[in-house]
Design a protein around this ligand. Structure first.
Ligand code: HEM
Length: 446
């Protein structure tokens, strides 16, 4: 079941859905299949020719709530815009962190040690990552034919090189065995009907350039207008997941299956079905996990100390909702649209040794502030605990745990410190992209 598809278009959309790319509003189906391709443009004319060829295949966000067999998304890095020969005045109008690229922002992102750009897999961290093409599909046959159609456009085009091709796909559960990708902000003007617990729709300008943001005014937009309007930014981070280490951690700290599953839920803030601890504190309740009207219908007002959902759990850190924060911020401007994809398949909970098969998650965040927000999340809410009074404690799922002796606090009387937390995900690379509107693709191809 796809939770996002339950966010139906029940209001008249005011956004220019025909111009906005599908991925901004269209949810990942369940199950889903797809491919991420990274391309290098060595000749601007060839790059423009590729854009002309792909333009008719780049899917729009029109009717984003109706099933669609497959769709294609296109995003361009700063180096890609340079390689396309975009005029200097336009290049200079993009934000500094986008222009610098993800590798150059490693310190701010806390991507050090095993996560440092020098350790990334090719082509990430090199200036050769220019364009990302992603195909999403609802079934294998449509995936294959969409990929074949895109590859056909690429064939024989000297001046554009394919640097990497990564297939992905899952049934809606990530490689750790958790349902994933359903808690999303509702974009005002998209026509989406919020579900219980979604909160109020958030101003469109937080997610798509050219519309009023939460401040009341649109955020700064690259120029000219045709290039910036209806576009957005994309943060792509490929992780290798150490599910074997996660499983061992649970076995080392839980005697029974029930104890292990409770500890795992405390780390995430949800059970494997997606049911939140806030609504199902004692055990998984797959009926809640399967109910789009209940899965997000909670806040933390009755749990200020984190007795049900620990203050340090992944979902409470990443979206503290109404948690009283010690370092103030407006949580509504920290939201991102997530379109993450899993690759490599899960590892069962009783397997404690890695099978050598690469598996993990491509974290994909979209939004007009996506770059600023992921940089903020990584430095303030993932790799620190100060904002909820947890000092040096970090996000148990996605942080870089540098020293031995790292622990996770399960609040209670007395609180329990569960030692032995490791880096359960290692960063393999990533990049910042701009996802242009369909008319901007047209402009870029001329
Ligand atoms: C391998 C890496 C990751 C895994 C396995 C993972 C797993 C999960 C799971 C299971 C959920 C709950 C399901 C849902 O709400 O859709 C979730 C939610 C979320 N994650 Fe992650 N995540 C990862 C990386 C990240 C990163 C890098 C960020 C941001 C920097 C992030 C931000 C979020 C946010 C914002 C939510 C929604 C919280 C809410 O609205 O309640 N995640 N993640």
């Amino acid at each position: 079941m796809n939770m996002d598809l339950f966010r139906r278009m029940r209001r008249k959309p005011t956004l220019d859905l025909d111009d906005i790319q599908a991925t901004v509003l269209r949810a990942r189906p369940e199950p889903y299949f797809g491919t991420h391709a990274i391309l290098e443009i060595t000749d601007p004319a060839a790059g423009k020719e590729l854009l002309r060829r792909l333009a008719p295949r780049v899917t729009s966000a029109a009717r984003w709530d109706e099933p669609q067999p497959s769709w294609l998304a296109l995003a361009i890095s700063y180096q890609g815009l340079v390689a396309l020969g975009v005029p200097e005045s336009s290049l200079a109008s993009f934000p500094a962190n986008f222009r610098a690229g993800m590798a150059a922002r490693a310190e701010r992102l806390r991507d050090t040690g095993p996560n440092a750009p020098e350790r990334w897999e090719f082509p990430f961290g090199t200036p050769r990552v220019h364009m990302a093409v992603t195909v999403f599909a609802e079934n294998e046959a449509d995936w294959q034919s969409e990929v074949a159609a895109y590859e056909q456009e690429l064939r024989g085009l000297a001046g554009v090189d394919l640097l990497s091709h990564q297939d992905f796909g899952a049934d809606g559960f990530n490689v750790f065995g958790y349902r994933d990708g359903f808690s999303q902000p509702v974009v005002e003007g998209s026509g989406a009907e919020p579900l219980p617990g979604d909160g109020r729709p958030i101003k469109a300008g937080e997610f798509v350039l050219g519309y009023p943001s939460e401040t009341g005014s649109p955020l700064a937009m690259p120029s000219p207008d045709v290039l910036g309007r209806n576009g957005t930014y994309v943060v792509f981070r490929k992780y290798h997941s150490h599910v074997d280490a996660f499983n061992r951690y649970l076995h080392d700290n839980g005697r029974t299956e029930d104890e292990r599953e409770l500890l795992a839920a405390k780390l995430v803030g949800r059970w494997r079905s997606g049911a939140p601890l806030a609504l199902a504190p004692d055990g998984d309740d797959p009926a809640i996990g399967a109910d789009p009207k209940r899965i997000n219908n909670f806040d933390y007002s009755k749990d200020p100390r984190g007795l049900h959902t620990p203050l340090g759990s992944h979902i409470r850190r990443m979206n503290p909702r109404d948690t009283k924060l010690e370092v103030l911020t407006d949580v509504n401007i920290r939201r991102v649209i997530r379109r993450s994809t899993s690759y490599g398949g899960p590892l069962p909970t009783d397997v404690l040794r890695d099978d050598g098969k690469g598996r993990g998650l491509d974290f994909i965040a979209l939004g007009a502030r996506a770059i600023d927000n992921v940089e903020f999340l990584q430095s303030e809410w993932v790799n620190s605990g100060n904002f909820v009074g947890l000092g040096k404690e970090k996000d148990p799922m996605i942080s870089l745990q540098e020293k031995k002796g790292a622990y996770f606090t399960v609040p209670g009387t007395p609180p329990r410190r569960v030692h032995g937390i490791q880096s359960f995900n290692t960063l393999l690379g990533g990049e910042y992209f701009f996802m242009p509107s369909r008319s901007a693709i047209d402009w870029l191809s001329r």
